[in-house]
Design a binder for this molecule. Sequence first.
Ligand code: BDR
Ligand code: CA
Length: 312
Amino acid sequence: TKKIILDCDPGHDDALALTMAIASPKIELLAVTTSAGNQTPDKTLNNAMRMLTLLHREDVPVAQGNQTPLVKPLETAPEVHGKTGLDGADLPDPDFAVQDIPAIDLMAKVLRKSKDKVTLVVTGPMTNAALFLRVYPDLAKEKIEQIVFMGGAMGLGNWRPSVEFNIFVDPEAAKIVMNFGIPLVMAPLNVTHQAQIMKDEIVKIGEIDNPVGKAFYGLLNFFEQYHENPKWGFKGAPLHDPCTIAWLIDPTMFKTDKMNVDVETQGDLTRGETVCDYYMLTDKPKNTEVLLGIDRERFIDLIMESIKSFSD
Ligand code: BDR
Ligand code: CA
């Protein structure tokens, strides 16, 4: 099994990534930390705790991350994720307490306690990850096996023409993470836009007879509606963050390529763009395994299985 810490900003697709991680016997979820991104930090924290309550995993320690990105003011995405950050379903109120330490201290605590190396999964802006690497560099080098993140793109954007939301929110943090030296796995928009769930598949999720299926029926319908705008040319809704967990569970459903990835933090039009050196035009290290293709059918099957597992 892979031990992971999930740093997220739920967020509909974050919530699904969390659910898949909990459902999988191949993953052991050591902690959840929350970032400011899709919504304000108090809302994303509350959403992570509401999800863990729904999933009956109140035993997973949760800590809140930084209130703002490192340099930029916070920009959230209410048009995508709603007023709560997780609109579309009635989720239970949290029935457990948040850890009274900051996210990076919980990360440190969990890493020190673990005998094995741990994978850090980041499905929101990289603020907490960057702070962790800056405050605990030695512990990070010793104990973090890899950082698997959803963010960035090769030539695409969803918030600016060539800038993806997670990196847009905190480009300076992303730059710190990408240049730190821990191996990276990146799920860019190029792959997450292939990882679409169709309306009839959302209906099938609603037919799964457990509270998790009912919740995701509402959540995914809400999320799908935003993506119906013809400008995207989608047939369904892209499930960005679940690609990270799917890769950990079954990497054989992806096509990947190794290259150097860095982040533009200066550009007038491109601040937050991930610069992917596909042809290795620089001699910078191949720091990132980039997911570029996905077997969509198998991905959706995994999601169905994950949600069904909560009936047992
Ligand atoms: C990313 O931004 C958020 O809206 C999603 O949760 C995902 O992490 C996609 O650009
Ligand atoms: Ca997210």
